[in-house]
Design a protein around this ligand. Structure first.
Ligand code: RUQ
Ligand code: CUA
Ligand code: CA
Length: 662
């Protein structure tokens, strides 16, 4: 047995040895595990970084012995019940991040079918994202017209709200890599705005507010909150590069409509994930690095980190009152949310609630009453009462820690929590490779001293190492307790081997009964993080565009033409299956071309593509849409332009010529 595994067992197991753990964990009665899951001491923690991976192998081996899909005889699967037969539609959408692929994806639930991939921070030659002028304007360009950033890392996707549930207007996602927030308009499922956040690194958590904290008549999303994970020099212009004591993180608020950055809060420690209260008054972020450590050991040195609550109304009042500063070239007002400047709860902008070691994830229950944050280096989930946080800000609760109403021991490596709307929480256990179902009220009773209270109700094995977990409508007051999706970080032996880069497994679990039941595995291209599951009837899309929404549309066939100003050539063109509006485009080498193409087909699903041989130009126009590209004719010759998207029986014949004279 590898040394790291032995070290890990010393951390986790009080009695017995590792093989004991291997054999018993799966089949042990649900409640019987609890005594073995103890807080980890500081000294043991240094081994954990290696232990996570090794535990992954242990889980894999464990499953080889059982060979069933669920790996657990007490849980049936319910695959057949949830089959979506040919011709039938899914009952939910899942809007998922894609990790360092930089896009957002839409899956059907329960089928797990991929419905769409929405390019956001990445380039996508299928639609021409990062190629058309319209997408480049959203992505942002350098002086020479090239796209400023061509990569990104999306982790979290959340929708806009009205009255505590989704209104199908917008989705937002983060870019952890280049610190940008993107918005997707849900009627078209396309990205329509991207904003760079100033003075932050590691922009990770993101969450829209659910109503206005000040104006009760505004019951919809007006702000989006963004947590930055990595402290950095401020401003980051070459100063203090080797002095971590001078670095800090900022929490950012972005306007939902204008997508302008409204304000930032300087904090101690870091941000990670973000959640918001249903009354619009609080935003929360979990902190794993209250130590402000620059190396791993330092980030794990404190026994407790924090869940931080932001008092939105007070922050905005402070900004209105001019109690703000700016950082570097940014004009965004920044308020001081550091611990030292917020000692008096009655005026504090920020409340730091201590929670066990290196928490990950913060989620609010659908009734709005509780925030749950889990310590990944502690086998616990911490339940914080929304009402008590309000009371802390009113000076009616003495210590920050007094807002904690429960801290059940639920298993090893807890990360994200989803809710069923019936009082139960479902938390991913990274190290245990399980989902644990626990009851919030029972956890509160146990915390109060009720020895008969048993918060943990059920466990199910997943394959393997779940990171994200989320329930159907679980981030809304309409949480319906039907499905839980486990986003697993390792798939190992679950699919046909395809080389060293493994696909990811998403496992869908039926949570409608007392026992969780596995529905199926579906694959995901690496590597999605968080997602939301939205009832299908909530989502309203338009299936054909309106030509009038495109200001540069070439509205009639008579407008097909080529114009020249000096060496700039403007081509205006239509497409209608199986024809382009011009037979050829003739230019001189060195000319700069702008081609604008409007698709005149009105039929749903009748998309045309536009590709130029050996010129790296490639984009589509959906029915009634217009897109344009600008490029230099730097090679002489005759190059076929062809329709790339199968549109007609004569699709192959849908061609024209691009002639560049030497
Ligand atoms: S955070 S596990 Cu963005 Cu959980 Cu991915
Ligand atoms: Cu038009 Cu294929
Ligand atoms: Ca820490």
């Amino acid at each position: 047995m590898p040394q790291a595994l032995l070290d890990a067992s010393a951390i986790y197991i009080e009695e017995g040895n590792m093989s004991d753990y291997d054999n018993e964990t799966n089949n042990k009665e649900v409640l019987g595990n609890e005594s073995r899951r103890k807080f980890m001491g500081t000294t043991a923690v240094a081994t954990l970084a290696g232990a996570g991976m090794v535990m992954g192998l242990a889980s894999c081996k464990k499953d080889d012995q059982t060979t069933t899909a669920s790996g657990d005889s007490s849980h049936g699967t319910s695959a057949g019940e949830h089959e979506v037969p040919p011709g039938k539609l899914d009952s939910y959408y899942s809007f998922s991040s894609a990790g360092h692929n930089g896009e957002v994806r839409i899956y059907g639930i329960p089928s797990g079918r991929v419905l769409k991939r929405i390019p956001v921070f990445n380039m996508d030659c299928m639609v021409g994202w990062g190629i058309t002028n319209e997408s480049k304007a959203i992505l942002g360009t350098n002086a020479d017209g090239s796209v400023k950033y061509t990569t990104g890392d999306t982790h979290h996707v959340h929708g806009s709200y009205t009255d505590g549930t989704y209104n199908s207007k917008y989705l937002w996602t983060n870019d952890k890599l280049n610190n940008r927030i993107a918005r997707i308009r849900m009627d078209r499922m396309e990205c329509d705005a991207i904003t760079e956040l100033p003075n932050v690194q590691g922009f990770h958590g993101i969450f829209p507010d659910k109503r206005d904290p000040v104006d009760a008549s505004i019951n919809y999303t007006t702000r989006v909150f963004c947590g930055s994970e990595f402290a950095s020099p401020q401003p980051n212009d070459g100063r203090d590069t080797s002095d971590p004591t001078k670095w800090y993180s900022l929490f950012t608020c972005v306007d939902a409509e204008s997508m302008q950055v409204r304000w930032q809060v300087r904090i101690n420690g870091n941000c990670d994930l973000v959640a918001t209260s249903y009354d619009g008054k609080l935003a929360a972020t979990n902190q794993y690095n209250t130590e402000n450590g620059a190396v791993l050991a330092d980030m794990m040195s404190a026994e407790r980190d924090a869940c931080v609550f932001f008092n939105i109304e007070r922050i905005e009042a402070a900004i209105t009152a001019g109690k703000s500063f700016t950082v570097g070239d940014s004009k965004v007002p920044v308020v001081d949310g550091t611990i030292d400047s917020n000692k008096d709860p009655k005026t504090a902008l920020v409340c730091y609630v201590p929670v066990p070691k290196n928490p990950h994830g913060v989620n609010i229950s659908p009734d709005g009453k509780y925030f749950v944050s889990s310590g990944k280096l502690s086998p616990t989930a911490t339940v914080i009462a929304t009402e008590l946080v309000h009371k802390w800000f009113a000076g009616e609760v003495k210590a920050e820690r007094d807002t904690v109403v429960a801290e059940p021991e639920i298993g090893l490596g807890p990360l994200h929590t989803g809710f069923d709307g019936k009082g139960n929480a479902f938390t991913t256990l990274f190290l245990d490779s399980q989902i644990v179902k626990w009851n919030v009220d029972a956890a509160i009773a146990q915390f109060k001293g009720d020895k008969t209270a048993k918060p943990v109700l059920d466990r199910i094995d997943v394959h393997y190492q779940p990171g994200h977990g989320y329930t159907s409508m679980g981030e809304t007051k309409e949480a319906d307790g039907k499905f839980f999706n486990s986003g697993n970080k390792f798939s190992k032996d679950r699919f046909l081997p395809v080389g060293p880069l493994h696909v990811e497994t998403e496992q869908l679990i039926d949570i409608s009964g007392d026992k969780m039941r596995l529905i199926h595995d579906h694959t995901a291209y690496p590597e999605p993080h968080d997602a939301i599951i939205v009832r299908a009837d909530v989502v309203k899309t338009r299936q054909v565009s309106d030509m009038n929404d495109f200001p540069n549309a070439v509205k009639t066939f008579e407008e097909n033409r080529i114009e020249r100003k000096g060496n700039k050539v403007m081509v205006y063109m239509t497409s209608q299956a199986p024809n382009f509006g011009l037979p050829e485009i003739k230019v001189r080498r060195g000319d700069e071309l702008t081609i604008t193409l409007t698709n005149h087909d009105k039929v749903e699903d009748l998309t045309h593509g536009f590709g130029i041989e050996n010129y790296d130009v490639n984009f589509i126009v959906n029915p009634q849409e217009t897109h344009s590209v600008t490029f230099k004719a730097d090679k002489a010759g005759m190059f076929w332009i062809y329709c790339t998207h199968f549109c007609h029986a004569l699709h192959l014949e849908m061609r024209m010529r691009f002639i560049v004279e030497a």
